[in-house]
Design a protein. Structure first.
Lengths: 321, 378
């Protein structure tokens, strides 16, 4: 195990990664878990939506409800992964507090688990976040089991409700262990140990939803970490407002490429579309900056996400490269 | 784009009077709502159909473009569209999950009982946050819209679910929930005249009640029991309607359109959905592949980058060098997209497909929706 000190740029211990669907939050969560594992540390990457997104990303078999090593860093760091299943979490929880044994299995047979998590969705979220809390605060032989826990959380549209566990369950459970469980989770989520990072693309809807989610979480007293811009493109044709056919014609000729009217027009159209896009991206970048949170940009991956690409993203998140 | 599969004929679909429902489904963030709205505009303007678009959670500016400034759960006519020559109409509505649920309750019980149900904390939790409520309520609303027989065409934008499949699973889950042994156990005291459920002595129930009492406490159990009894009195009708709506979805009057972006996750989701639709004998009309990139310049990425580097080395054609890099990135993207799309067409060669070219800026007005409509029907 490495040192107990937190990462300078990522001081939290529980990193909740959200973002609109399609922004690549699973990829970013995985890269962050990898970045924080550097220096011989151990991190846990958790998913809670039953999508098996982590397994797909790493090209492994579906993850069981069990913490498994999924990646290592060259300097002895290790990322473990866990897919939390609400049913299993409830059984584990009941077993921990009530030593149910066979009765727990009977409950499952009766459909009690399905029922309980269906009728009280807040309960389901308390169980999921409760498991995340347990892993975040677990210690083994007096040392923290994980240097950091990274949660691949529900998307921006559902994140406020998901993290606002106390309100949901307080309406239902006024006393008892569920109430204390949810209060414990709420305290962790509202402490400096937790940061919610919002992943976005430089596109209108993800940016809008990021702003909405940050507003919602702030109102709930949950701390926002960074805004992570995924899929950022290199600033080609910087400082250009227009690209003329004449200059392209000269350039293509100089490069020894066909410089006929059709080729020039096609290249110009592509360059102009790029500029239009860039202008929009620039204004969205400004909107994001106005949210007042630290921003990190991750490059668009030319060849999809593989192990090397994840390392590139982890480098960027770790403040290198 | 791979050309092995048939091209989806969107105009033929929208013009066909026997098609009454078009369901747009797919992963989150692929442009479902925009596609649904664009189909609605085209059906009304070009095909003269009295159309209603049922959206679940549209982006603010898109909602505004359709005149949906508030969530009021009733169809509103969309202004600013041109239906003079076609005689069609376009209406749009945003689903209000809680209000739809309230309406169901009111329709199935007397006012006093309804108030009791509304006050129950479990109802409050379930009607606003029940995982799946949005899907049930979308089904419920679809059933209502259809039964009124007021519309030539209903275009449905499915909820941004955990999984696109939730929409299909909603009625079955509701049935499982209502038929479940748990619910019957909880209902037993209410049926037995309101005595405490703990008076019942069956072996399994003994285990259950001890645990439940320990875990959730007695007050909670009373609330739960009351809620479950209320559900029992009204949900029979709801379930029947949900099942009927499910059958409507299997009928030839319905067309499912899968919407995907050419990205691995979205295409994987579309594949799961296609498998399910086939398995459930639901009419899958085709795949809309949104935000596809294309290029008309015949120059591959490697040659383009090599030329850009050579120009930079020579030092005086920086603009062309950058333009060539933009082109190279575009070529790579089209290649990647084609590969991803190929996974779907290889698995479902019989499903017709239409690509929609990526727009440089987001869509938030009716003109933009027309452009998408043109691309869909091109």
């Amino acid at each position: 195990m490495g040192s107990e000190e937190q990462h300078e740029q990522w001081p939290a211990r529980l990193h909740v990664v959200t973002g609109k669907g399609g922004t690549g939050k699973t990829t970013v969560a995985a890269a962050l878990a990898l970045a924080l594992a550097r220096g011989g540390r151990r991190t846990l990457l958790v998913e809670v939506e039953g999508r098996q997104g982590i397994a797909q990303l790493f090209g492994t078999d579906p993850l069981p409800y069990e913490e498994r090593r999924i990646a290592t860093t060259p300097d002895g760091g290790e990322v473990r992964a866990l897919a939390v299943d609400p049913e299993e979490a409830l059984l584990e929880y009941l077993d921990m507090f009530y030593r149910l044994g066979a009765a727990g299995r009977a409950l499952r047979k009766l459909g009690a688990i399905d029922f309980a998590t269906t009728i009280a969705p807040g309960l389901r979220d308390v169980l999921l976040t409760g498991k995340v809390k347990e892993a975040t605060t677990r210690s083994v032989n007096g040392r923290r089991a994980y240097h950091a826990v990274v949660l691949d959380a529900p998307p921006t549209g559902r994140i406020g409700r998901f993290l606002n566990v106390t309100t949901e369950t307080a309406r239902l459970a006024k006393v008892g262990p569920i109430k204390s469980q949810s209060e414990g989770v709420a305290a962790l989520l509202r402490s400096p140990m937790t940061a919610v990072h919002v992943v976005t693309l430089l596109e209108e809807m993800p940016v809008q939803e990021s702003a909405d989610a940050i507003g919602e979480l702030t109102a709930l007293g949950i701390g926002i970490g960074k805004v992570i811009v995924n899929g950022a493109r290199p600033p080609l044709l910087a400082s250009r407002g227009r690209v003329t056919k004449q200059e392209l014609k000269r350039g293509l000729a100089a490069a020894g490429l066909p410089a006929d009217a059709g080729s020039v027009a096609a290249l110009q159209a592509e360059a102009q579309a790029h500029l239009t896009r860039r202008e929009l991206e620039e204004s969205l970048r400004t909107e994001l900056a106005e949210l007042g949170r630290p921003m990190i940009e991750l490059p668009q991956l030319a060849d999809g996400v593989d192990a090397a690409a994840l390392r590139t993203l982890a480098d960027r998140l770790a403040g290198r490269g | 784009m791979p050309t092995a599969t048939a091209r989806l004929d969107v105009d033929a679909l929208l013009a066909d009077p026997s098609i009454r429902i078009v369901v747009c489904c797919g992963a989150g963030g692929v442009g479902k709502t925009t596609t649904a709205a664009a189909l609605g505009v085209r059906a009304a303007e070009r095909h003269g159909r009295r159309t209603v678009v049922l959206t679940i959670d549209p982006a603010r500016r898109l909602a505004q473009s359709l005149g949906l400034t508030e969530l009021d759960n009733t169809p509103r006519q969309v202004k600013g569209i041109d239906t003079d020559s076609s005689g069609g109409e376009l209406h749009a509505m945003m689903l209000d999950m809680k209000r739809t649920f309230d309406e169901v309750v009111q329709a199935h019980t007397d006012p006093a009982r309804a108030q009791e149900i509304f006050a129950n904390p479990f109802y409050q939790a379930m009607s606003s946050t029940f995982s799946g409520t949005q899907e049930y309520m979308a089904m419920e609303k679809l059933g209502q819209l259809r039964s009124r027989d007021e519309w030539d065409l209903i275009v449905v934008d499915t909820p941004p679910s955990r999984s696109a499949l939730d929409f299909l699973d909603a009625p079955a889950r509701l049935s499982r929930f209502l038929d479940g042994r748990m619910l019957r156990l909880l209902m037993a005291p209410a049926r037995a005249g309101g005595r405490s459920m703990f008076n019942l002595v069956t072996a399994s129930f003994g285990v259950f009640s001890r645990v439940v009492q320990k875990v959730i406490g007695a007050q909670l159990l009373t609330d739960l029991s009351g809620f479950v009894a209320a559900l029992d009195s009204m949900f029979g009708g709801f379930r029947q309607r949900a099942e009927r709506t499910y059958q409507v979805l299997q009928d030839r009057e319905t067309a499912f359109l899968l919407v995907a972006a050419p990205e691995p996750d979205a295409v994987r989701e579309a594949q799961y959905f296609a498998e399910r639709l086939v398995a459930e004998r639901m009419p899958l009309a085709g795949l809309v592949l949104n935000r596809v990139h294309s290029t008309t310049l015949d120059l591959d990425a490697a040659a383009s980058l090599a030329a850009a580097d050579a120009l930079d080395a020579a030092g005086d054609q920086a603009v062309t060098a950058d333009a060539l890099r933009v082109h190279a990135a575009l070529v790579r993207q089209t290649e990647r997209e084609a590969q991803v799309a190929q996974r779907f067409t290889a698995a479902f060669p019989a499903v017709p497909t239409v690509p929609v070219t990526a727009q440089p800026a987001d869509i938030h007005d009716v003109d933009g929706l027309r452009t998408i409509g043109d691309a869909l029907a091109a």
